[in-house]
Write a new protein. Structure first.
Lengths: 292, 90
């Protein structure tokens, strides 16, 4: 399981951030060719991002590029430039329809094949930033085996829903629940949108705890200071890890003895509890067996 | 004479301005910025290497540097040259 607690956006025309962003230790970086780059700078950003990718110095981060939307004439040049650099995935804005993903899948396969890369290597992360995109979330997530995650939008989605930002983002409760449901039904990650107020640490923690409880696996990040807070929320506590280890070990022992359910600390433990314990260990960076 | 420019004066970046030259005039490079005294030679080499890879023989290049390393300098030279040519940047 790949940890995707945080994905840090790095503006595609900003050398300082592109070269140093990974040093803040997010789980992933998103080199952004879309909203962070002025229309007049798209060409220069694409060259810069290509060269930074070729250098390939991102530590252990999962490296993705947010390309320009598929209703522009920029996205094909974007993927032709960045995919041969061997990135982990692309992030597609404003996905509304599974057909978009089918078209992208074919385009990626063509580029990978031409570059003598493994066809299917480049993952797809879908940004669902309209009501239609949210409505089609499951079909979009299932449209290609490349899809690794679906992510609800923030401001674009609010605008499309004809609403505005409220203090607790109540307007996004429904879309977030749909994304979680669709993602887990399709077997992909649900990754949440950014928390825009970079000075409100308490608000960020509150929102992160809430989306974790809903079933999200992580959040996008627009400022490095947000990373430790989100990691803290998504990383299991020592107590949770110890309890999970106990449960998994007991389950392994029970299976060896041919038993279905076991007791841990006087409580009956059955399959869903074991599954959750295994997930806790994975999130802690430990395998289900309790080893690094 | 046609001119084009790429880059910014943000930290670790540079502005590269290129002006077309008559055939046979060769490459001229003017640089200013904090790193020039220490890394000027490497910057000239990075610039010339990029121009060579793009097939450019006659051009005037002006670089205002704010701590761009070779990677960024090369990317900005390429972007400026492609803008000068009016073609696609990548």
């Amino acid at each position: 399981m790949r940890l995707r607690r945080t994905k840090l956006y790095l503006p595609g025309n900003n050398p300082n951030m592109l070269l140093r962003g990974h040093l803040f230790n997010p789980d992933g970086v998103i080199l952004d060719l879309e909203d962070a780059v002025a229309v007049s700078e798209k060409d220069a950003a694409r060259i810069l991002v290509r060269d930074v990718l070729r250098k390939g110095d991102f530590g252990n981060c999962e490296v993705t590029v947010r390309i320009n939307a598929m209703d522009t004439d920029l996205w094909r040049s974007d993927i032709e430039t960045v995919v041969p650099c061997g990135i982990d995935g692309i992030r597609i804005p404003k996905v509304e329809n599974p057909k978009d993903i089918a078209i992208m899948d074919e385009a990626l396969s063509h580029i990978e094949s031409k570059a003598k890369m493994r066809v299917g290597k480049t993952l797809i992360f879908c940004l669902l930033e309209t009501a239609l995109g949210i409505w089609n979330a499951y079909d979009i997530a299932k449209a290609s085996r490349r899809v690794a995650a679906i992510c609800p939008g923030g401001e674009d989605l609010r605008a499309d829903l004809k609403t505005t930002r409220s203090e607790n983002s109540e307007e996004l409760i429904g879309p977030r629940r749909i994304v979680v449901l669709a993602a887990h039904a399709a077997g992909v990650d649900a990754l949440d949108t950014v928390y825009a107020d970079i000075t409100d640490d308490a608000g960020l923690r509150r929102e992160t705890e809430w989306v974790k409880q809903l079933g999200f696996q992580g959040k996008s990040v627009i400022h490095p200071n947000q990373i430790p807070i989100i990691h803290d929320v998504f990383t299991p506590t020592d107590r949770e890890i110890e309890q999970a280890k106990k449960i998994v070990e007991a389950a392994v022992e029970a299976a060896a003895r041919g038993l279905g359910a076991v007791q841990v600390d006087g409580k009956m433990v059955d399959k869903p509890v074991v599954k959750r314990a295994e997930y806790t260990l994975q999130r802690a960076g430990l395998s289900a067996g309790g080893e690094k | 004479m046609k001119t084009a420019q790429a880059g910014t004066l943000e930290s670790m970046d540079c502005i590269v301005s290129v002006t077309e030259s008559d055939k046979g005039r060769g490459i001229s490079i003017v640089m200013e910025g904090a790193s020039v005294a220490r890394f000027g030679e490497a910057m000239v080499k990075a610039t010339k290497d990029t121009l060579k890879s793009l097939g450019v023989r006659d051009i005037s290049v002006s670089i205002q540097d704010n701590g761009a390393g070779d990677l960024v300098l090369k990317a900005r030279v390429e972007a400026a040259v492609r803008r000068l040519a009016g073609g696609k940047a990548a």
